[in-house]
Design a binder for this molecule. Structure first.
Ligand code: SF4
Length: 447
């Protein structure tokens, strides 16, 4: 039955949407006042005209007072579960936990849904894409929803993430979508336009910019933002940042391990796996309109882009020919198909499309939200890549427009039929012929 299939078929996208916010990370033992740390001392000579002298020195770790620690223990911090928070949640959560914030005092909002959207959207002043509009509703929900009413948050942390960490290499940049980096400010304006609702609720709204592509700068930014609010020392801040990176890496490793198992199993058993090509927040069931659940209930396993194994040895199985023939420099290179690859999440979508094109057991679900200006330049590129390899794909662009529920179900069923036919050919090993046709058409997708 539908229910049995839902229980027995892995849906890594759904699993990821939960584990990103819940999975605990075991912090390493905290440094003490006698822990020695290394530091570079820099001395400028001759008023800046002479050589800069650098010396490595050792000194004791500086701890904040017990009183400051007590202050932190009582703080409650809310974080809206939106946009790039889906890329960074394990980092943000662990950073706070490493600074003694009680894990129970760190509250993410719920998944998006229609009611939540309508409730919060009335404050909206800008006609942006759907995910950005929903972000405002998440903040509203953390402030006014009954289930958070007794929480009395001290801070609402909605960082303006300007750059993101990423695995696609040789790119022009690692930027966030500008709508994403601007949304925290837009939300602030919406809730302070007539009267300051944050002030009224006693909430300190924290929306300082963060650059996740420059680790040293990120440490400084976080200390600048939280140093006084949390009463921490710079050493404590830096240690918390290191723990947070480890938590984010561990989270990715765990997801990729599961992704690898599903892909290996698919090869062994001639199965089709559906890869979601989307933005990180498309794992929110309210953002993907539960389309993955539909596939799951038809017995198709689904994985996210995050779950694709990223180790070089594994990827070289699929990209070796291209690397050897100097189309690309490494398996993480997308310059053969897209030169203007400065936007991290867009570049990752294109990279994942290239991977899917080379993996015989992958079918693609290409998802894009209503009025997404940043996905638009990738539409044609992705279409050409998976068109050339004849990878089965279902394209759902502008997914939030016009009550999509019913039409999605119909399109999923039609696509499922295509996948069944493809699976039969996979079992009969006819896919090799397709690989040949992919090679012939390769010139077509080289830009
Ligand atoms: S990536 Fe697209 S949908 Fe997402 S916030 Fe940016 S413009 Fe909006």
């Amino acid at each position: 039955s539908r229910k049995d299939l839902q229980q027995s078929t892995p849906n890594l996208v759904k699993k990821e949407s939960i584990s990103l916010f819940d999975q605990p990370y075991d912090l390493e033992p905290k440094p003490t006042a006698s822990t020695q740390i290394k530091e570079q001392q820099v001395k400028v000579t001759l008023g800046g005209w002479g050589p800069t002298l650098r010396k490595e020195v050792k000194r004791n770790f500086v701890l904040s007072s017990e009183e400051s620690k007590k202050h932190r223990k009582n703080l409650k911090i809310a974080i809206p579960k939106v946009l790039n928070i889906y890329s960074l949640a394990p980092f943000l959560r662990t950073y706070l936990e490493a600074l003694d914030i009680d894990p129970l005092h760190i509250q993410f909002s719920g998944f998006s849904n229609e009611d939540m959207f309508l409730e919060g959207a009335k404050y909206g002043s800008v006609d942006s894409c759907y995910p950005a509009k929903v972000a405002q509703s998440h903040v509203y929900s953390l402030m006014y929803d009954k289930k958070f009413a007794k929480k009395h948050f001290d801070h609402m942390w909605f960082p303006a993430v300007t750059e993101l960490p990423g695995y696609v290499k040789h790119t022009m940049g690692q930027t966030s979508c500008p709508i994403i980096s601007g949304t925290p400010k837009v939300v602030y304006s919406a809730f302070t336009k007539e009267k300051n609702l944050f002030e009224e609720k006693g909430i300190d709204y924290v929306e300082d910019a963060l650059n996740f592509d420059n680790r040293d700068l990120l440490k400084k930014q976080l200390f600048h933002t939280w140093g006084n609010k949390l009463r921490i020392t710079e050493d404590e801040n830096n240690w918390a940042v290191e723990q947070a990176w480890k938590a984010l890496d561990q989270n990715d490793e765990d997801i990729m391990k599961e992704g690898r198992a599903i892909l290996d199993e698919a090869i062994a058993n001639d199965e089709i796996v559906i890869l979601l090509l989307g933005r990180p927040y498309h794992s929110d069931p309210g953002m993907n309109h539960e389309v993955l659940d539909e596939f799951q209930s038809l017995g198709f396993k689904t994985i996210s882009m995050r779950a694709i194994p990223k180790d070089e040895t594994y990827l070289m199985k699929y990209f070796k020919e291209d690397v050897d023939s100097h189309y690309i420099e490494s398996p993480y290179d997308i310059r053969d198909v897209w030169a203007e690859n400065f936007s991290t999440n867009s570049a990752q979508k294109v990279w994942a499309a290239k991977f899917a094109a080379r993996h015989p057991n992958l079918a693609v679900l290409d998802l894009s939200s209503f009025k997404c200006g940043h996905d638009a330049p990738t539409y044609a590129i992705i279409d050409k890549i998976i068109g050339a390899s004849r990878t089965p794909h279902l394209t759902l662009h502008d997914i939030d427009a016009n009550k999509p529920g019913g039409s999605i179900k119909i399109r999923v069923k039609t696509f499922a039929y295509t996948l069944e036919q493809y699976q039969k050919r996979l079992t009969n090993k006819q896919i090799d012929e397709q690989k040949i046709s992919y090679k012939e058409e390769k010139e077509e997708i080289t830009v």
